[in-house]
Design a protein around this ligand. Structure first.
Ligand code: C5P
Length: 241
């Protein structure tokens, strides 16, 4: 460790369609993992009830539905998510400043109304499955992906979001330029020597820790392992190395 901050916490992405499989994984990982990401796949297949089932199994829920729409629609979706008492949730930063502001205001208001803690609102910057050639369709991007992510992160902070989802490659600069207190969640994590799958901008848990990430999101490397608890243990150990 470089001694800059604390060790990132692991969020396991429950990228499965089956409620029983999701609950089986939570049960298997109990004691090691306390935070679970429910994405569009599980949420669409299982419905909102999956949130309370994971919560009653002792897990904090990161609802990763990556809302991206006009401000009023995103604000309404955020209000609905707050009603499920989630710990963290995502919207897309590319929806613009006004959309992000509407989301942040809706989260704060609805939390007071529902008497729950306000969820942490984090903005998706550039998906870690995208590389520069994928983004070329939008035209030339000054400064490349890293500068684009930095600009989106700065705008997310201005809009009142708590942090962003970004790759490990950008984490250190976001912390330095936007602020140490601005949360950075990093997916695209692979244990040393692990399969890359469809991700293009990957890093190891140790690299994420050195870059100052607050949370790492790990999906297939844990849920697709022969032994998810052993895979989780390996990643937890790598974070300390
Ligand atoms: O299986 P793997 O570890 O690649 O899963 C990564 C998870 O993080 C997936 O649920 C994916 O939707 C999510 N994610 C991502 N890149 C982003 C934002 C979220 O891979 N920029």
């Amino acid at each position: 460790m470089d001694g800059r901050g604390s060790v990132p916490e692991v969020i396991v992405a429950l990228d499965v369609e089956d409620v029983r499989e999701a609950l089986r994984l939570v049960q298997l990982l109990r004691g090691r993992i306390h935070r679970y990401k429910i994405g569009s796949r599980l949420f669409t297949a299982a419905g909102p009830e999956i949130v309370s089932r994971i919560r009653s199994g002792g897990g904090a829920v990161f609802l990763d539905l990556k809302f991206h729409d006009i401000p009023a629609t995103v604000a309404g979706s955020v209000r609905a998510a707050v009603g499920h008492d989630v710990w963290m949730m995502t919207i897309h930063t590319s929806g613009g400043l006004e959309m992000m502001r509407a989301a942040a205001e809706a989260a704060a208001e609805e939390a007071v109304k529902c008497g729950v803690d306000r969820p942490l609102l984090v903005g998706v910057t550039v998906l870690t499955s995208l590389s520069a050639p994928d983004l070329a369709v939008f035209g030339p991007i000054d400064g490349g992906i890293e500068d684009l992510v930095l600009r989106l992160a700065a705008q997310a902070s201005e809009a009142g979001l708590d942090g962003v989802v970004a790759s490990v490659a950008e984490a250190e600069r976001i912390k330095r330029d936007v602020g140490e207190g601005f949360i950075v969640v990093t997916p695209g994590i692979r244990p040393a020597g692990g399969a890359v799958h469809d991700q293009k901008r990957v890093a190891t848990p140790a690299m994420a820790a050195h870059a100052g990430a607050d949370f790492i999101v790990v999906g297939r490397s844990i849920i697709g392992a022969d032994s998810p608890p052993e895979a989780a243990e390996q990643i937890l150990n790598e974070l300390l190395s």
